[in-house]
Design a protein around this ligand. Structure first.
Ligand code: NDP
Length: 291
């Protein structure tokens, strides 16, 4: 590559149009004076590897990976971080400068969530935590959450077998934490300090069947989904006196972690959170004006 060509990065997914990763990484790069190009790349469902290979040939140095390719990204890599190994999924790939060096895979979703909770002064240590959902996002955040040493962590899922499977798989990371799984419709009614909605239900304005007794004034309710307005899950939580947070900060924090891996410099996430929130509001206002 020519000496002054900007470093080339991308986010890959299917669909990909909605992705905010370019906005976030370009903002980080401006902040730290790094010259980079960050693209959105759509890959066919059966064409992930070919698309990545073509990107590397163009000089690509790294990629963020989103739905539905995180498992394939893990499989494609030759070396994995401990976090990626735990999740069996990767959202960050680091490409070598020469073709005979290994591709490295990392998973920054969990550290993104933990850093966002810390940003909002939500303390996981010693608390009772409930996670709704047992999909890829839950798998990615479990080990970093358990590392924060909650007193108890319950995984509740529509298909309880998936919840029980995760409990079995992560039991060695639980330490003194009481780790258990249950069906989503049968959560034992007792107060939690933190409830994390790791289902995409909010994206279709659906609320999982949750008893009121789970939540109170001391509860933080965290929806991994985000949008221009509070989600139905956040509204449900706020109406019961809880503090509600959305997943926008997790998105920015996981991106900051990827950025630090690629560039060796950690950006300040606070101004980028604001910028992203504003961009999402403006996009929603534009859509509303068109309707
Ligand atoms: P998956 O498809 O891997 O898993 C979805 C999980 O949610 C499954 O356990 C599924 O249950 C459950 N589920 C799906 N729909 C419903 C519903 N209507 N009611 C109740 N449960 C439901 O998705 P991911 O784990 O990858 O992602 C989950 C959410 O987290 C998405 O909204 C995603 O956008 C968000 N996310 C946000 C991030 C951020 O940075 N803010 C990062 C990563 C994810 P079952 O097993 O029974 O099918």
């Amino acid at each position: 590559m020519a000496p002054n060509t900007p470093l080339l990065y991308a986010v890959i997914g299917n669909p990909i149009e909605h992705s905010r990763s370019p906005l976030i990484h370009r903002a980080f790069a401006r902040q730290l004076g790094i010259d980079l190009t960050y693209e959105k790349i759509w890959a066919p469902i059966d064409g992930f590897e070919e698309t990545v290979t073509a990107f590397i040939k163009r000089g690509g140095r790294g990629m963020n990976v989103t739905v539905p390719f995180k498992l394939q990204a893990f499989d494609l890599a030759d070396r994995h971080s401990e976090r990626a190994q735990r999740a069996l999924a990767a959202n960050t790939l680091v490409f070598p400068e020469s073709a005979d060096e290994p591709i490295y895979a990392e998973n920054t979703d969990g550290v993104g969530l933990v850093n966002d909770l810390a940003f909002h002064d939500v303390d996981v240590a010693g608390g009772r935590v409930l996670i709704l959902g047992a999909g890829g996002a839950t798998r990615g955040v479990l080990a970093p959450l358990l590392h924060e040493a909650p007193q108890e962590l319950v995984i509740a899922n529509r298909n309880p077998d998936r919840a029980h499977g995760l409990v079995e798989e992560f039991s060695d990371a639980a330490g003194d934490c009481l780790l258990s799984g249950c069906p989503l419709a049968e959560i034992e009614e007792s107060r939690f300090d933190l409830i994390i909605n790791a289902t995409p239900a909010s994206l279709s304005a659906q609320l999982p069947p949750l008893p009121d007794g789970l939540i109170g004034a001391g509860t933080a309710a965290y929806d991994m989904a985000y949008g221009a307005e509070p989600t139905v899950f956040m509204e449900w939580a706020e109406a019961r006196g809880a503090r509600a947070l959305d997943g926008l900060g997790m998105l920015v924090e996981q991106a900051a972690e990827s950025f630090a891996i690629w560039h060796g410099k950690r950006p300040d996430t606070a101004p980028v959170r604001e910028q992203l929130r504003q961009a999402i509001r403006e996009a929603a206002a534009e859509r509303a004006a068109e309707d």
